[in-house]
Ligand binder design. Structure first.
Ligand code: LLP
Length: 421
């Protein structure tokens, strides 16, 4: 049984007819689109969005879905239809958000290391807010906006030196991390640029990390944000919003984890001290549970010491998270065979020993040709894929109301070679 003690909707469920995505047979999709492939449930995305939106119903808020988690156009259009706005982390993501129909004013542009071209373009397009990461970047925005005869709407990202208690690779709020400016410096930056006509300070921004599963660091972040906004108000700076970033985690193991309601309960009392609308930038919490990577077993190996490997046709090229962070994803057979369970290592086909999706997983008998589903891969899955080993990007399928559609076709070798001489 695929369960999760957190009351969230999990779209992939076993049935006598095999694994279902909502009500649709996963095997029937695989027979048509092949493997590896990403499958997504529209219902799971809708429910996750609505859960966050409802959790903050009592406080003025705007959800800016973080495109970096998954920015396939069809999913962005679905989210825009629900009322979402966008958080873009690069010029590419801004362009994709616009292509999906988001208005420039509904986009926040975040991220360390924005190039001059990206900034110039964001200013020209009238992006809602540029979340600046350093004093140098703020100066560049001021000059570029003046050259363009525009007023850039900016928020300074602060680094509050808070431990998000998440994986070190995805924690961003410590003073040893490259992100934002120290809290003390933020106030000076606002003061230094008060008379700069080409800048309008509309907010303050914080993002302390991702896959955060305890409320306290997020409450602390909200406290820092509100305190800074109060100080700025005392200094005479009129802000329009505070931006709390993303970071709300999901349960990969099926254990209970912080819900959107608990998240809101932790941060809203802090935000009430300033009373300004809050911008939220959730990514994973919206698309994470909605997706699965389906992959076929291409080989089975048994070592004399009893270790068994199921070699899949997907690996770190399709899903990098296990190799990069040692992260855990549940893996289930799409059509489980009857028989006694045993321990398996599920590995990919890439020439690296880190190319492992799961070790010592108990599975029913496995044979070549079986299809496995790697769950909770809707966020930071397809978007982090690569062409290493000249492998082709997997197709993506959206299941909605009993129907399914290929929303991104499988890449071909010609697609890649078209770039080469
Ligand atoms: N806002 C900013 C400024 C961010 O840097 C991020 C994520 C988000 C929002 C969205 O965070 P979320 O709600 O998804 O936690 N590749 C990693 C995750 C990297 C997250 C980077 N920043 C992974 O696979 O776990």
């Amino acid at each position: 049984m695929i369960t999760c003690e957190t009351p969230v909707y999990l779209p992939f469920s076993p049935s006598p007819a095999g694994l279902l995505c909502d009500r649709v047979s996963v095997q029937s999709i695989v027979e048509r689109v092949g493997t590896p492939a990403y499958l997504y449930s529209a219902r799971a995305i809708r429910e996750a969005y609505v859960d966050i939106d409802s959790a903050f119903a009592d406080y003025p808020h705007a959800i800016h879905y973080a495109l970096k988690a998954n920015s396939t156009l069809a999913l962005l259009r679905l989210l825009r239809g629900l009322g979402s706005r966008a958080d873009a982390n690069s010029g590419g993501e801004i362009a994709v958000a616009l292509r999906a129909g988001f208005a420039p004013g509904d986009i926040v542009f975040t991220g360390v290391g924005k190039t001059v071209d990206e900034l110039r373009d964001a200013i020209a397009r009238g992006v809602g807010t540029i979340n600046v990461e350093s004093s140098g970047e703020l100066d560049r925005v001021a000059v570029l906006a003046r050259e363009a005869g525009r007023v850039a709407r900016v928020a300074v990202r602060v680094n509050p030196d808070i431990d998000a208690l998440s994986h070190p690779g995805i924690s961003t709020g410590l003073k040893t991390n490259k992100f934002g400016v120290p809290l003390q410096e933020a106030r000076q930056l606002y003061a230094r640029h008060r008379g700069t006509d080409s800048l309008r300070f509309v907010g303050v921004h914080i993002h302390i990390g991702s896959q955060i599963t305890s409320a306290e660091p997020l409450a602390q972040a909200a406290r820092s944000l509100a305190s800074l906004a109060i100080e700025l108000r005392d200094d005479g700076v009129t802000l329009e919003h505070v931006d709390l970033g993303g970071g709300l985690g999901i349960s990969y193991e099926g254990r209970r984890t912080m819900t959107p309601t608990e998240y809101a309960a932790a941060v809203v009392p802090e935000l009430r001290r300033i009373g300004l609308p809050v911008v939220l930038e959730p990514g994973r919490a919206i698309t994470g549970h909605a997706g699965a990577l389906v992959s076929r077993v291409v080989d089975v190996k048994r070592y004399p010491d009893g270790r068994q490997f199921a070699v899949l046709d997907a690996g770190m090229t399709e899903l990098m998270r296990p190799a990069l962070y040692g992260s855990f994803h549940r893996i289930v057979p799409v059509e489980p065979r009857g028989g006694v369970g045993s321990h398996w290592d599920l590995v990919g086909p890439i020439c690296e020993s880190s190319d492992i999706f799961g070790r010592d997983r108990v599975l029913p008998p496995v044979e070549v040709g079986d299809v496995m589903a790697v769950l909770d891969t809707g966020a930071y899955g397809a978007v982090m894929a690569s062409n290493y080993n000249r492998r082709l990007l997997a197709p993506e399928v959206l299941v909605d109301d009993g129907q399914w559609t290929v929303i991104r076709r499988r890449q071909t070798l010609d697609d890649i070679l078209a770039l080469e001489s």
